[in-house]
Design a protein around this ligand. Structure first.
Ligand SMILES: [Zn+2]
Length: 96
């Protein structure tokens, strides 16, 4: 809880996942490193107030919050849409 009484959640996720390369479909390691502060709004009015703040990410939370879903969403959002091996590291070469 900050000085203004707002609830905030500090989220840090780090680890490694394997993503399919869009060129050769082979797997490539991708390092996940998520660090976010999410403000938790308890109602609509608080949500509007928090959304108006600069650099503020707010979500509306009721009495309970499903942390597993939240962490999963944050990780999925952090992943690039399409990844490819670097030139020379991909098993498909010369493809344009
Ligand atoms: Zn590849």
């Amino acid at each position: 809880m900050d000085q203004r009484g707002s609830l905030a959640l500090q989220l840090t996720v780090s680890g490694k996942v394997e993503l399919p390369c869009q060129r050769c479909l082979g797997s490539m390691p991708y390092v996940v490193d998520v660090g976010r502060t999410l403000y938790l709004a308890r109602n609509e009015a608080e949500m509007e107030r928090l959304d108006a703040l600069p650099d503020s990410d707010a979500i509306q939370a009721g009495e309970t919050l499903n942390l597993v879903d939240l962490v999963e969403d944050e990780v999925l959002l952090s992943l690039p849409l399409a990844v490819m091996h670097a030139e020379g590291e991909c098993s498909v070469t010369g493809a344009q």
